[in-house]
Design a protein around this ligand. Sequence first.
Ligand code: RAM
Length: 361
Amino acid sequence: MRKSSLRRACAALAAVTSLTLAATACGGTTKKDVKDENTGSAVTGGKADPNAALKKGLTVGFLPKAVNNPYFTSADKGGEKALTELGSKYKEVGPNSATDTSGQVSYVNTLTQQQVNAMAVSAQDPGALCTALKQAMSNKIKVVTYDSDTNPECRNAFVSQASAEDLGRTEVQLLAEQIGYKGEIAILSAAQTATNQNTWIDFMKDELKDPKYKDVKLVKVAYGNDDAQQSFQQTQGLLQEHPNLKGIISPTTVGIKAAAQYLSGSKYKGKVKLTGLGTPNDLRKYVKNGTVDAFELWNPAKLGELAARTAVALASGQITGAEGETFKAGDMGSFTIGKGGVINLGKPTVFDAKNIDQFNF
Ligand code: RAM
């Protein structure tokens, strides 16, 4: 582009966006990334003031991995409820598929252009959203990841569903008990790039190194992309390829439901064990018909609520995302920001035939 037309394009971009997006693209200066010295997470708002009043009238955009996944419908509803209570506005945007990463990038840019005060993002990929998220932060938008994180420097804080290590290890422990610590097992995951599932799978592999699992062999990690049909077909494929399979771990609500559906209608029902992360409402009938013994999850609505309350605390200056800062999340109580800017929701619940009827989500 010639200099004069570049200047014209830049002026036009600046007029529409009035953002540093234009400044960067056109060679202007942007604020340098500031990282918390101890945690590596982005700190964009100076010092925290724990006594700052919570602001009202903010807009917080929720961007889940995919809008048509019922897990995110529940999570984001929790976010909406909290924002309404706090006198702020909620909006949700997002792709239809958990593998549409470029779609997620566009939605980050849309929220930035709309000048929301904060966004809560469940990232499909740890790195792909980074440039767009940094752009958002340099425009004074607070970025919270929830459910699935990015690289720490691309957000202010991560609201995690539970300790990733705990989740990975306990899923292996649950399945090993069910198969008597012997036999071939497989994992049916979501998207191949998903930060949350990949972190849990790394801990599963590490747990399997313990000598007590010497007779348990992980034969395959399959990916159903959080798509019901693909997850169903992947389960079928796992059993065709590995006829001696004794158990499957599916750390995704979409995957475990599809796998339960497949097993329940097959000769493997009750013989090939299935555990992982699912909602009680999805799996109730498979627990009652003997397809699933036990599985786990947190309450997705509470995760969404905590993401919303974190976003408002950040946008109000109560916290910056640095380790050790504490804030009150309404009726949920007080939370302290841990290493890497991570805020933990709590411990997951294990569901089985004895307790499943006490839960409705
Ligand atoms: C799916 C998504 C989500 C994950 C849950 C357990 O709905 O992959 O990211 O946290 O499962």
